[in-house]
Design a protein around this ligand. Structure first.
Ligand code: SAM
Length: 259
């Protein structure tokens, strides 16, 4: 879609875009097409798109399949979406029930990136193709020992196979956002993790530059009683001297399985 066409749709429908709902529309046809290609859509697939807005990406998905449901929080886009999409759910993607699907595609509203990605990681789906803030995408794929390595990186590594696909310049959106974006593909692994994995990961990454021993004790309340966590620390051996940001995802699985 050309920028003039996008502006025409907004004008004709009297759409005023909401900053708080992250209403920045990607309009570059070649990128939208590639984004859909990354989803490897075939005839059996059931797709979910989150945050379609006026439907720039939706239009490209519909060139591949009609088996699509969209979830959009802003009801002003409903009439436009109803024209082409079989099932339109108006509501907050973090609150409404998601329809059954095997692939998710979304130009993610940046303010809900973190809870949305964590939710997607838990879905029994084949893959998700997501457009996210570039810095956020960098944190998703960050390796242990690097400055971007975080609780998000650990969760992405253990719960999915993840690929950073390409950077998208902020100039490809209207209105132009403050930051560049990136496309990421996730293939959730739906693996079984130790019961305390989430609590321990959350606790220790609150102190990622500290040694594991100190990080665990400083956030013991996230895990158990002070006495329980102290005795856990003593049982772990040498690894408690390692700084949190140097622990690999496998180390963290191993540590949590010992609680
Ligand atoms: N898909 C369009 C595109 O590619 O140009 C728009 C993406 S825009 C970054 C984000 C869209 O998500 C907006 O249409 C916004 O109204 C919608 N949105 C924001 N928060 C949402 C939420 N919690 N649940 C569902 N949709 C939401």
């Amino acid at each position: 879609m050309l920028l003039q066409e996008l502006k025409k749709i907004l004008k004709e429908n009297n759409f005023f875009l909401s900053k708080s709902l992250d209403q920045h529309f990607l309009y570059a046809d070649s990128i939208l097409k590639r984004e859909v290609e990354y989803a490897e859509i075939n005839t059996e697939d059931k797709l979910l798109e989150i945050g379609p807005g006026i439907g720039t990406l939706t239009e490209k998905i519909l060139e591949k399949t009609n088996n699509l449901t969209v979830i959009e929080i802003d009801s002003k886009f409903e009439p436009l979406l109803q024209k082409n999409v079989g099932e339109v759910i108006i509501g907050d993607a973090l609150k409404v029930e998601w329809p059954e699907c095997n692939k998710i595609i979304s130009n993610v509203p940046y303010s809900i990136s973190s809870p949305l990605v964590f939710k997607i990681l838990e879905q029994p789906i084949e893959l998700a193709v997501l457009c996210l803030q570039k810095e956020f995408a960098n944190r998703m794929v960050a390796e242990p020992g690097t400055k971007n390595y975080s609780r998000l990186s650990v969760n992405c590594a253990v719960r999915a196979d993840i690929e950073f696909l390409e950077t998208i310049s902020k100039g490809k959106f209207f209105p132009i956002p403050l930051v560049d974006s990136a496309l990421v593909r996730l293939r959730p692994k739906n693996i079984h993790l130790p019961e305390k994995f989430d609590d321990i990961t959350r606790a220790i990454f609150q102190h990622k530059n500290k040694k594991l021993r100190n990080a665990l004790m400083d956030s013991y309340h996230e895990i158990g009683t002070k006495e329980e966590v102290a005795s856990f620390v003593e049982s772990l051996g040498e690894i408690v001297q390692t700084k949190v940001f140097k622990l690999t995802p496998e180390d963290i699985i191993n540590i949590s399985s010992q609680y």
